[in-house]
Design a protein around this ligand. Structure first.
Ligand code: HAM
Length: 417
């Protein structure tokens, strides 16, 4: 037997229905913020992620799915959405007319070679969005509010936004130097990964999973102490806006995020202090790094699968369609043809309709009516059909009504919606 790959899963049945419901909510919310939908390719040139996400990140070092295609090109399955969206923005020269910000959202599969566990997969979905062209802190607030409102609309009212500022490039560099100087004398007390991170990516030491409880990490210099005046003012303004918007956030000075492209605002969404349900921030240098002019950007991505898991764990009711409108029962060939004709009409008019595809006995068809939770049934009958009539039965009230076939849609319209 061929089985699915580790860290991947099939989406079907109730889960598929739940996801369709969530997709609708999220897409409709994005519309309110005037974001347009985008899909980028699953695979891109490896260089995009090496340059975009950062050579020294765990993601590029350990987690990407890289391969050479038959034309010997270095290809990577996208591990995240931002780099691909920036590539699209630059490739289509959308920076040419920035009279309005460019705002897009996506709902895409991502691929990371991680150790699979609950909420951590190798193939997973992110719902995310990116906003290009505004360096105003109001854009950061708008992105945070879109993320925040999404979780709330899904019923996850208790989420908290963890917020931090890495400052501009100068502040970030000053902080980086301070961290290297601080960690150097203690580095052998930290894990091997952290030892490798010291020169390449010292900020990552701060959110190391292994050394999380170490006093050395707890006493490390804080980002906020290295923000220059401009970055500090910006961070304060952002908090004021979030307060005005009634968004529940806490400052977490250890929050640095795993990807290299961030500056100023970084944030994560958490619930019950468990792993992040989503994360994002500002990335003002990324468009330039990927070959465009200097255009600011800010965005966010929700871990879709983790969010659904959290909704299930919190017993949030996800309305899913578990009934059908009509079941057509038949025995003879003539009745079967009428079933085909009526089913076509009923479905085209927006009702869920089933009929027997397995040559079942009438008794077994009645069982299907129950199993599928049909609201109405019609037992097609040759004698009636000759008179262009049918009898519809309400499966709950048991009420029956005889009518011309041509009245059926009107009847369902009046009684079923
Ligand atoms: P990220 O923090 O790497 O950010 O991923 C965002 C979210 O995706 C995480 O908070 C988590 O919920 C989910 N996630 C990550 N890895 C996995 C996994 N292996 N299995 C299941 N869920 C996972 C980004 O990807 C940035 N591109 C976000 C962003 C958009 N920043 C600006 N714009």
């Amino acid at each position: 037997m061929i089985t699915k790959q580790k860290g991947t899963y099939d989406i079907y049945g109730e889960t598929a229905k739940k996801r369709a419901y969530i997709n609708e909510i999220l897409a409709s919310l994005c519309e309110k913020y005037n974001y347009g939908y985008i899909e980028t390719p699953v695979f891109e040139a490896s260089e995009l992620f090496h340059r975009g996400v950062g050579e020294a990140t765990d993601m590029v070092q350990k987690e990407t799915y890289d391969f050479k295609d038959r034309g010997n090109r270095e290809i990577t399955l996208r591990p995240e959405g931002t780099a691909g969206v920036v590539r699209w923005f630059v490739e289509n020269k959308l920076y040419g007319n920035m009279s309005e910000p460019v705002k897009v959202f996506y709902n895409m599969k991502m691929y990371r070679y991680e150790r699979p566990q609950s909420g951590r997969n190798r193939e997973f979905t992110q719902w995310g969005f990116e906003c290009f062209g505004s360096d105003d802190v109001l854009a950061d607030a708008e992105v945070i509010s879109l993320a925040y409102n999404a979780y709330r609309l899904l019923g996850l009212d208790n989420i908290v936004i963890k917020l931090n500022s890495l400052g501009d490039t100068a502040s970030r560099n000053a902080y980086r130097e301070a961290l290297i100087a601080y960690f150097k004398p203690h580095i052998h007390e930290l894990c091997e990964d952290c030892q490798n991170r010291l020169e390449k990516n010292p900020l990552r030491i701060l959110d190391c999973k292994v050394d999380q409880e170490s006093e050395i990490l707890k006493k490390a210099p804080k980002t906020v102490d290295y923000l220059n005046e401009e970055s500090k003012t910006r961070f304060t303004k952002l908090q004021e806006l979030l307060d005005l918007m009634d968004i529940n956030y806490v400052i977490d000075t250890n929050l640095v995020r795993g990807l290299d492209y961030y500056n100023h605002t970084v944030f994560e969404v958490v619930l019950d202090n468990s792993y992040a349900l989503g994360g994002g921030g500002r990335y003002n240098g990324l468009v330039e790094t990927l070959g465009g002019p200097s255009v600011p950007g800010v965005g966010f991505a929700m871990g879709y699968d983790r969010t659904l898991l959290a909704m299930e764990e919190h017993n949030i009711d996800i309305p899913i369609q578990n009934t059908i409108d009509l079941y057509l029962l038949y025995v003879s060939e003539c009745e079967k043809e009428t079933a085909a004709f009526i089913a076509q009409d009923v479905r085209l008019n927006g009702f869920i309709c089933e009929t027997d595809l397995l040559s079942k006995s009438l008794k077994a068809q009645f069982k299907s009516v129950e199993r599928l939770n049909a609201k109405y049934l019609i037992v097609l009958n040759e004698e009636e059909i000759k008179k262009d009539r049918i009898t519809i039965k309400d499966t709950v009230t048991k009420e029956e009504k005889s009518m011309p076939i041509t009245d059926l849609i009107d009847y369902l319209d009046m009684n079923s919606r």
